[in-house]
Design a protein around this ligand. Structure first.
Ligand SMILES: C[S@@+](CC[C@H](N)C(=O)[O-])C[C@H]1O[C@@H](n2cnc3c(N)ncnc32)[C@H](O)[C@@H]1O
Length: 213
C-alpha cells in the first residue's frame, strides 16, 4: 500500500491523534503520485471471497453499503455493479475526483470524515481503510463503524496481518487483536486467512465478517 520511495516521508507525517492521518496527509500522497502504491487499478479479488462467505453464512448484506476510505472507488463501483446501493466515503478531494472520473454516478460519492458522518448503512466494505489507521486510532475507528451500521448490519473487511515495512501505513494487525477490539459491539462470524488475495498481497491478508449487535 505504501507509495514510492519519494513519497515515503509523507507517510510518516500528519498524524491526527486518535483519528489517524488527516486529509492533508492523504492529499499530499495523491498529489505526489498519479497512482498511489495502494491502488490496485481495480477491485480487490477479496470482494467476491467476502460476498461468497456472507452467502455461505446465510446472510444478506444489502441493500445499502458504504465503502469507507474508498480512494479511487474500484471496490465501491464493483459493489454497485453487483446491484447494491453504494456510498463511497473519503475525506480527500483527490480520491473522490479520481473516483468520479473513473466511475461517474455509479456510486454516491461523499466527501466526509468517516469518524464524523451520521448516515447509517446495512453493511460496510472495508479494504485498506482500517489498516490505514495507526493503532491508537483503532478504538475510535471501530466505534465509528459500529455507529454507522444499523443494528444487525455487517462489517465486511480485509486486513493485513503482515506488511513489508511495519512503520506504516498500512499498519498490520493480528486477527485476534481485531477480535478483541470488535467484540464489544460486534458478533464475529468469520475471521480467517484470505485465500484469493491479489498476488502482490498473497499470504498477508485475512478476512472479517462481523454483525453489529
Ligand atoms: C490507503 S488508501 C485506500 C483507498 C482504497 N480503499 C483502495 O484500496 O484503493 C486510504 C484512503 O482512506 C481515506 N481516509 C483515511 N482516513 C479517512 C477518514 N477518517 N475518513 C474518510 N476517508 C479517510 C484516505 O483519504 C485514502 O483515500
Amino acid at each position: 500500500m505504501r507509495g514510492t520511495r519519494s513519497s515515503r516521508s509523507l507517510w510518516q507525517a500528519g498524524l491526527h491523534g486518535h483519528t489517524g492521518h488527516g486529509p492533508a496527509f492523504w492529499q499530499a500522497i495523491y498529489d505526489a503520485e498519479t497512482r498511489p502504491g495502494w491502488d490496485m487499478d481495480g477491485p480487490t479479488p477479496l470482494l467476491n471471497e467476502l460476498l461468497d462467505m456472507v452467502r455461505t453464512l446465510g446472510l444478506d448484506p444489502g441493500p445499502e453499503l458504504a465503502v469507507p476510505g474508498c480512494g479511487f472507488g474500484h471496490d465501491a463501483a464493483e459493489l454497485a455493479r453487483k446491484g447494491f446501493r453504494v456510498t463511497g466515503v473519503d475525506f480527500t478531494e483527490a480520491a473522490l475526483e479520481g473516483a468520479r472520473t473513473r466511475y461517474g454516478d455509479l456510486v454516491t460519492w461523499r466527501r466526509e470524515d468517516w469518524f464524523e458522518g451520521a448516515t447509517t448503512f446495512d453493511a460496510l466494505f472495508d479494504d485498506t481503510c482500517f489498516v490505514a489507521m495507526p493503532p491508537e486510532a483503532r478504538p475510535a475507528y471501530v466505534a465509528a463503524c459500529a455507529r454507522r451500521l444499523r443494528p444487525g448490519g455487517l462489517w465486511l473487511g480485509a486486513f493485513f496481518h503482515t506488511v513489508k515495512d511495519p512503520s506504516g501505513p498500512p499498519y498490520p494487525i493480528a486477527p485476534e487483536s481485531l477480535r478483541g477490539l470488535a467484540e464489544k459491539d460486534f458478533q464475529i462470524l468469520h475471521l480467517a486467512p484470505a485465500e484469493h488475495s491479489h498476488p502482490r498481497r498473497a499470504g498477508r491478508e485475512f478476512l472479517l465478517v462481523a454483525r453489529r449487535n
